[in-house]
Design a protein around this ligand. Structure first.
Ligand code: ATP
Ligand code: MG
Length: 870
């Protein structure tokens, strides 16, 4: 069965059981501080499990893109070495939110695997949580009994807390789970060791395919468990592993999910899969990583130097490194695989098709720049080896290479080994541990349980219409971090504060109680669909009613910039073309930043057109037409622009200013005239194929023009108030150029005269025509004199010292004949003389120069040479 059919069979099976099919959420998380990437099927549904939002259906099924490369689930270092862990993989899942529980989950999983997919029952094992005495959690007898009704008892195994108890994080919903494992070994192998002894033992052909999680507890901050009022089902099946079983192969990489990519790698790199271990690992690494990186770029997450972007960069670099070392790829090649990937997966994931060129460009540029770094690192490593007295390279050095050049230990080891060196691995590990400890301390934080003051359903956001409302605090908690110290997070029953999102910063403002107490709200963020207000102090009487007041000025300026961002987006598509796609946005009170896909610099004329376009829309004073809660399709049909990598609900908010229509949750001005004026302040590249425009609006533009005008006045004053300052500067530049030329001519003349004089000053010493003298000329003239005299004598020895704008320069010339016969070396001589002028230098045996900061030493150097030659 083809992988595509396997995916759709899974989904329709659960659709028949009244589940709603939903698309995969984007891989990069937006409002979950505990998670950078979606790492399991349940992550996008956390808000439902936490009770912060209500799902559209109590039964859902999907295939979720997951990435396990950081944090609690990190399989990165395994990938390539085994045949069943990936960085990016699809997790097939079925979900019950307070609906069905263990019986149905177990029965349906079994029905799907054995009846629909017709997997032989004799290769399946299931596990049940054995309980944990130290925590007082009982064995999962319920699950055991449901399994016993359909599976022979000798195929039901007991599992410990590590394998059979699932936790979302340090806090929150959790519960026991049952895993389903397959044994796809040959009959001979099975006869030797029974499969049940290999379950959960990291055997490549006895692997877990499906995990059924029964969420029935909540873990509190102090570590204790309480029963959840509503019990949920969360299941996750590895799609690629299921394909391996159903396609009768022994490795995920032998399924049709991977074979087209592997085939292409073999062609491009002229290698063969399945012949040599190291090559195989490299091919698996590259085929896996290109998927992770391509999907992530399509989701809007580009490689970068921090956060999620850095994780993506590291994945790509890992692939480049394996290609470099084991597939002998010294030039970019991974970007060439995007074609195959998008042809193969583009149907299920259209973003891979529509953004193919961008993905290729970004990967190619990353490859180029990392290959350059590798070259630099190799040079550095050479130097380290030269300086190493023994045959062991210090761990600190290897760590330095790792830390500053991204040179991983195994690569350093490999190169060192080729040259007969080993690495002090213990020393390296010690450095690594130190660094980890440092970053752990820097990011350590402590979060208390929520203190609930008032049970409330879901907090309502009223900030589109009102900036001041009476609110009550429904819950709060304390968070302590190294960076911010102690902060309190407050949740209200309703709020006018806009939480950071869609590029727009969170609102600031204050809470005021009836008796005049004020606490300041420093920031507002959304976390798993809850709006959280940050404050340094708790109000005195927590259960009072408060007036919640948003900082109006900052909100207004931010709204100006947000509306201007939409107009800018429209202008870009108008002036540059419809290929322009938003790739990032930051909207603050002070200005805006907009990243978009475009392949060349936006030139001056285009920038002017863009600015004019936006300002024309501002002057038209177009009113805001806002539509809240309209069906997604209706908005798209009306021409709204939706972004890849955004998680949209079924109903959306559409923001329309004339012909600009966007899906957007941000705050906007009521009419474009409020923006006053739009001014672009910079344009540049952020990555290959991604440009960034920064701009300002409203008051900032006024300040900007005032400051430019001040500079202009200062300039005019300096130029003695000319009619046209630009012409004045131009004529000054012309004058400067003429003067420069004149000086050059004068110097040449001076040199010509000098040459004659110097020739007369040559003295015969020890069979040499010798002269050591200070002549304050520029280096080019001195060189000229040396070579000119050199053409007239074949036994010349010259040393010139010169003071060039406060720098001491020594120039030594020795006829080639003398160099050969007397073993004199100009390079060595100037190097030694360098000490007199506090500097150094070098060059060829017949001509060399040294530079230094001590001009007083020139005389000493000349005297030293005189003494030496004599
Ligand atoms: P394993 O022990 O094999 O790493 P897990 O216990 O980490 O698996 P879960 O967190 O329970 O796995 O995830 C549910 C399912 O997702 C697994 O049963 C497996 O089929 C699949 N899966 C987990 N990690 C990966 C991965 N890195 N690559 C591919 N599939 C995976
Ligand atoms: Mg795992």
């Amino acid at each position: 069965m083809k992988s595509q059919d396997i995916r759709s069979k899974f989904l329709t099976f659960f659709e028949d059981k009244k589940h709603l099919i939903v698309p995969s959420a984007p891989m990069v998380t937006k409002d979950d501080p505990t998670l950078m990437f979606i790492n399991s099927g349940m992550a996008p549904f956390k808000e439902y499990f936490l009770g912060n939002a209500k799902p559209k259906s109590s039964r859902i099924t999907d295939s979720q893109k997951c990435l396990r490369v950081s944090g609690k689930h990190n399989d990165l270092e395994e990938v390539g070495y085994d045949t069943y862990h990936h960085t990016l993989f699809e997790m097939l899942g079925n979900w019950s939110f307070g609906d069905y529980f263990k019986k149905e989950a177990i029965d349906w999983a079994w029905e799907l695997l054995t009846k629909v997919f017709k997997i032989n029952k004799d290769i399946l094992y299931v596990t049940v949580f054995e309980g944990d005495e130290s925590e007082g959690i009982p064995m999962d007898q319920e699950a055991y009994d449901f399994w016993k009704a359909i599976v022979p008892e000798d195929r039901i195994l007991m599992g410990n807390k590590k394998d059979n108890f699932w936790e979302m994080g340090d806090q929150g919903p959790c519960g026991p789970c049952s895993e389903i494992h397959v044994d796809i070994r040959s009959d001979e192998e099975k006869a030797q060791v029974p499969g049940k002894d290999l379950v959960n033992q990291d055997h490549p052909q006895v692997v877990e395919i499906w995990n059924l999680v029964f969420m029935q507890y909540n873990r509190k901050a102090n570590g204790s468990l309480e029963n959840l009022p509503n019990k949920h089902i969360d299941t996750g099946m590895g799609f690629e592993r299921l394909c391996m079983v159903l396609q009768g192969v022994q490795s995920n990489y032998d399924t049709d999910v991977f074979t087209p990519l592997i085939c292409e790698i073999e062609t491009i790199t002229n290698s063969n899969y399945g012949k040599e271990d190291e090559v195989d690992v490299a091919i698996r690494v590259v085929s896996d990583h290109v998927r992770a990186v391509a999907f992530s770029i399509a989701d809007g997450q580009l490689p970068s130097n921090a956060g999620a972007g850095y994780v993506i960069r590291r994945i790509l670099r890992r692939a480049i490194r394996y290609g470099f070392t084991f597939l002998n790829q010294k030039e970019p090649f991974i970007f060439k695989l995007v074609e195959t990937l998008s042809a193969q997966m583009g149907k299920a994931f259209p973003e891979l098709k529509s953004q193919k060129t961008l993905i290729e460009n970004v990967i190619k540029e990353e490859e180029q720049s990392f290959l350059r770094t590798l070259d630099q690192g190799l040079l550095l490593l050479d130097r380290v080896m030269e300086d190493t007295k023994t045959d062991t390279i210090a761990g600190t050095k290897a760590f330095e290479l790792y830390d500053t050049y991204g040179f991983p230990l195994d690569l350093t080891q490999l190169i060192a080994r080729e040259k007969g060196y080993t690495i002090d691995v213990e020393g390296f590990d010690a450095e690594m541990k130190k660094q980890k400890e440092r970053s752990r301390q820097a990011s350590a934080s402590e979060t208390s349980d929520w203190v609930v003051l008032k049970e409330d359903d879901v907090e309502e956001f009223v900030g589109y219409d009102r900036l001041k409302v009476d609110v009550r605090i429904t819950r709060y908690r304390k968070v302590t971090t190294k960076k911010d110290g102690e902060m309190y997070q407050l949740v209200f029953n309703m709020t006018p504060f806009y939480p950071e999102g869609g590029g727009q910063i969170g609102d600031k403002g204050h809470l005021e109680s009836a008796n005049g107490d004020v606490v300041y709200i420093l920031d507002t963020k959304k976390e798993n669909n809850v709006i959280i207000h940050f404050t340094k102090n708790l109000p005195k009487h927590l259960t009072d009613t408060f007036k919640a007041v948003v900082n109006e000025e900052s909100r207004h300026l931010t709204a100006c910039n947000h509306t201007a961002t939409h107009l800018l987006h429209q202008a870009l598509r108008n002036v540059l073309g419809a290929h322009v796609e938003q790739k990032g946005s930051l909207v603050k009170a002070k200005g805006l930043r907009f990243d978009f896909s475009h392949f060349s610099k936006v030139d001056k004329d285009q920038l002017q057109q863009i600015e004019d376009f936006v300002n024309a829309r501002i002057r038209e004073n177009i009113p805001l037409e806002e539509k809240r809660n309209i069906p997604m399709q209706e908005a798209i049909d009306a021409g709204a622009i939706a972004l890849f990598g955004e998680k949209y609900g079924d109903s959306v908010r559409a923001i329309k200013f004339g012909n600009s229509i966007e899906l957007c949750g941000g705050t906007h001005v009521k009419e474009t005239g409020k923006i006053w004026y739009f001014k672009i302040t910079s344009e540049g590249a952020v990555a290959s194929g991604i440009r960034r425009i920064e701009a300002i609006t409203n008051e900032e533009v006024g300040d900007y023009f005032i400051s430019i005008d001040n500079d202009y006045q200062a300039l005019k004053d300096l130029l003695k108030n000319p009619k046209n300052p630009v012409d004045a500067v131009k004529s000054m530049q012309d004058e400067n150029a003429t003067l420069k030329k004149e000086i050059e001519g004068l110097l040449k003349d001076k040199a010509k005269n000098l040459k004659g004089d110097l020739k007369n000053e040559l003295a015969e010493v020890n069979g040499l025509q010798f002269l050591a003298k200070q002549v304050d000329l520029d280096s080019a003239s001195i060189k000229d004199i040396c070579f000119e005299l050199g053409s007239q004598f074949d036994n010349l020895f010259l040393l010139f010292g010169s003071n060039q704008n406060g720098k001491a320069i020594l120039t030594c010339y020795i006829s080639k004949k003398v160099v050969a016969e007397r073993e004199l070396n100009a390079g060595q001589i100037v190097r030694e003389l360098g000490k007199y002028i506090q500097g150094g230098g070098g060059g060829q045996p017949f001509f060399a120069t040294a530079g230094g900061k001590n001009t007083d030493g020139i005389k000493d150097a000349l005297n030293a040479v005189k003494a030496y030659v004599e």
